[in-house]
Write a protein that binds this ligand. Structure first.
Ligand code: FES
Length: 114
């Protein structure tokens, strides 16, 4: 199991959920199940409305794949610049912002803020 921790200003406490590792569940699917999704969404990585901050909770976290389409959408949504993304790729640092509909839960425990 992998821990996914949600934190958002309206919550008084963090919500910690255990999810089977590599279950291929997206963050958006999980958020909808938990009734945390406040987004009006396309679910296909095309609207940018589901952008959330995703922070790994382990040192040396593996870079979790981000498609070029997701990068383009995050830039379009004003969450990241092309330069920030290229710098993170070069330094092998996980990107700060992700699209919840595109981010599949892996074996990395993460903190999700929105
Ligand atoms: S729901 Fe539209 S980009 Fe994620």
């Amino acid at each position: 199991m992998v821990m996914v921790t949600f934190i958002t200003p309206p919550m008084r406490e963090r919500m910690v959920i255990e999810v089977p590792e590599n279950s291929h569940v997206t963050l958006l699917n999980l958020m909808e199940k938990l009734d945390l999704s406040r987004f009006c969404t396309c679910g296909e990585g095309k609207c940018g409305a589901c952008a959330v901050k995703v922070m790994p909770l382990r040192r040396n976290a593996r870079l979790i794949h981000m498609s070029e389409a997701e990068r383009r959408e995050l830039i379009k949504a004003g969450k990241m610049t092309r330069e920030e993304i290229e710098c993170q790729v070069l330094k092998d640092i996980p990107p700060k912002w992700r699209l919840a509909c595109q981010y599949e839960i892996s074996d990395e425990p993460v903190l999700v803020a929105f």
